[in-house]
Design a protein around this ligand. Structure first.
Ligand SMILES: [Zn+2]
Length: 368
């Protein structure tokens, strides 16, 4: 071990203790150096007062709270209705748990609520959804999420897949816009869900674990384009509605297409949640030019989660390495390895980082 390596390793240990790192003590020199490195990167990340606009937290936990305080981190906790997941089947218990988390977070967590789209067939669907989200707004919810079950799962009485531009949703969009709140849309899925199996795609493992969303070769299933066109109709019909298309607006492989959407719809922005790896695999000059040009339209998000039965130390360690990885990619010129591939940091200018990690969240999601 060189003197420098020893110093870095020792520094790593000291910083782990100082920052209260919950990670296991590193067992090798390189792991120690990596931990020291991550701690330094996380200090730079925390100095920008980062906001992660896309997380799913199902638990109130003191170690989690202290991580938020240590990183100066603010989160938007997003609710989702998913009838295939026992924890996401019922709406009100999710709202209650999330409100408890928000109240105990000392300002570190805000709520993005949702409504129950599985009620679509009921005659009082639109009015009921509006009543409930208005109540949540009164309790300081800052945004509303709609999810891929619209377009890909829920059907109307004639057996057709319900699209986001269905007239039944229109009064809900008008209500969100009238309250000055933001609509977060996760519509459609990555291209690979419609394509041939592709082990090299960053989302491929998700479809192995969740085959119900892998829709290639399903006769009669809507195309991705049709689902996104319905979303675009919502943008065109509601120019005063601020919409954040999460997961790079579901256009994860095509920066030019994202750019066309941002140019065409001034009320549209995107988040990076769970799609940073796609950006890491593209030519770095192209990604940097895109992020500089659209520096007012990209919000930082991760899609990290904390489940009720999670192993908290392990999960927190995953959160911190994700934040360190993303900061390394956007803010530094380092070369590093992700999933076996070399990634080059973009060294974005400070003012651009300030917008992506903080300012855009506040501007696009007022109340955060
Ligand atoms: Zn998510």
């Amino acid at each position: 071990m060189t003197g420098l390596a020893r110093t870095i390793a020792r520094l790593g240990l000291v910083l782990s203790v100082a920052l209260g790192s919950t990670a296991q003590a590193p067992s090798s020199t390189s792991a120690q150096a990596k931990a020291a490195d991550d701690e330094a990167v996380l200090r730079a990340f925390s100095a920008i007062n980062p906001i992660d606009v896309h997380v799913h937290v199902f638990k109130t936990d003191p170690a989690f709270q202290s991580m938020l305080e240590r990183l100066n981190l603010k989160l938007m906790d997003i609710l989702v209705m998913d009838d295939s997941n026992p924890h996401r089947k019922q709406l009100q218990p999710q709202i209650d748990d999330a409100q408890a988390l928000v109240r105990s977070s000392h300002g570190h967590v805000a709520l993005c609520t949702t409504f129950d789209p599985y009620e679509f067939g009921s005659a009082s669907f639109s009015a009921g959804a509006i009543h409930q989200i208005d109540r949540d707004f009164a309790q300081r919810a800052v945004a509303v999420k709609i999810w891929k079950n619209i377009g890909m799962e829920i059907k109307d009485s004639s057996g057709q897949y319900v699209m986001a531009d269905d007239p039944k949703f229109e009064p809900i969009y008008k209500d969100i816009s009238a309250h000055g709140k933001t609509l977060m849309t996760h519509l459609a899925e990555p291209d690979v869900a419609w394509g041939p199996p592709d082990a090299a795609d960053p989302s491929w493992s998700y479809y192995q674990e969740n085959p119900q969303w892998y829709v290639a070769n399903r006769p009669g299933f809507p195309s991705k384009q049709k689902i996104l066109e319905a979303r675009d109709h919502v943008l065109a019909d509601n120019p005063k509605l601020r919409m954040v298309g999460v997961h790079l607006g579901s256009m994860e492989r095509d920066l030019d297409n994202i750019a066309r959407h941002l140019d065409k719809y001034p009320n549209f922005a995107i988040d990076t949640a769970a799609r940073m790896e796609y950006l890491m695999l593209m030519p770095p000059e192209k990604v940097a030019a895109f992020l500089v040009k659209y520096q007012d339209r990209v919000l930082y998000g991760t899609d990290l989660d904390l489940h009720a039965d999670a192993n908290v130390p392990e999960t927190l360690s995953e959160w911190q390495s994700t934040y360190a990885r993303d900061w390394r990619f956007l803010a530094t010129g380092e070369t590093f390895t992700v999933e076996g591939k070399q990634v080059h940091g973009l060294s974005l200018p400070g003012p651009v980082l300030q917008k992506i990690f903080h300012d855009n969240a506040i501007r696009w999601i007022p109340g955060l």
